[in-house]
Design a protein around this ligand. Sequence first.
Ligand SMILES: [Fe+2]
Length: 385
Amino acid sequence: MFTYHMPARIRFGVGESSQLPDEIKALGITRLLIVTDPGILKAGLVTPIAELLEKSGIHIEINDQVAQNPRDTDCLHGAELFNAINAEAVLAIGGGSAMDTAKTIALLAKSGGTPSDYADGHLPYRQIAPILCVPTTAGTGSEVTRSAVITESSTHRKMTLKHENMRPVLAVLDPQLTVSVQASVTAATGVDALVHAIEGYTCTVTSPLSKAYGAEAMRTIVPALPLAVEDGKNLRARTKMLEGSLLAGLSFGNADVASVHCLAEALGSVYDTPHGVANAIFLPHVLRFNADGHVPLHATLARLMRFASDTDSDERAMEKLITGIFSFTRLLGIPLLSELPRISQEDFGRLVDLAYENGSTPSNVRSITKQEYRMILEETYAYNG
Ligand SMILES: [Fe+2]
């Protein structure tokens, strides 16, 4: 038994962002709030789209107050602006941070309250403005998912807002917009997408559809990512990566993530570590833990990602998965946990608590205790390549 919900119209291809005016008009929308961050604006990705929209008679206002880890206060200001200009929809142009901020603005503008009210269950998710997304990184998949991760400024707590109403209605993916992303960000966001595929495929709440999308995402991402990191202008590799991150979003977006994300989000809360870097650091260690007891499943992952072949035994394929992922992340230039700034073993208790309390812990394929999270964290910290 499963449910799969996917309301977004998806338009994909090099140059497809030029079709935005027609797509938006077809939705009957004439007034838009564009949500982006100062880096994307400076990179020149917003202006051509804004000009196209204005030329076609769509009234726009640009809000570039998006932080790397999106804050509740910016969402509240965005919602005020949305209502002040009588906007009818939000258009996110950017990575996961811009899209998550836009989703939350769309909710607050129509239903009031603060992000904490929804994350803590004090307010129901009711009306929401239409959400339109143009991703500029290949990683998050937020253009097709129902969630947004927002930081509560007063406590630094990372909150997940999650509801079917928060799924975008339009996603336009143009690989051309991702060519200027620097190599280290390409690597980190790309591994985030791979983890979405792996966790969407293996989690306890997966479905045949999430598995199909996850499998295709793994097959697509592993060969493309090193090429996109090596040469950002390789449009074929960029196209494959954007395709892979979309497929991964379609996988976990109707299932869940699991313990790699639980540890990564804990690290992000305490040290502000970029999400993709944190995921990449924990991925091989969590896989090693999960594979114990789920050998055939992890042998399948190894074969999907071409770390092992059909002639390898399950046991051998599972071993090749672990060594393959270790060398894959090192090849991409992902740092070790011990190489990150400010990491202190004194914080490990807090990190373990945060990971264990994460709502996605029960979704991990192998049930996991606090002690086991501690063991994985210690092992990751001691690992020196
Ligand atoms: Fe993620």
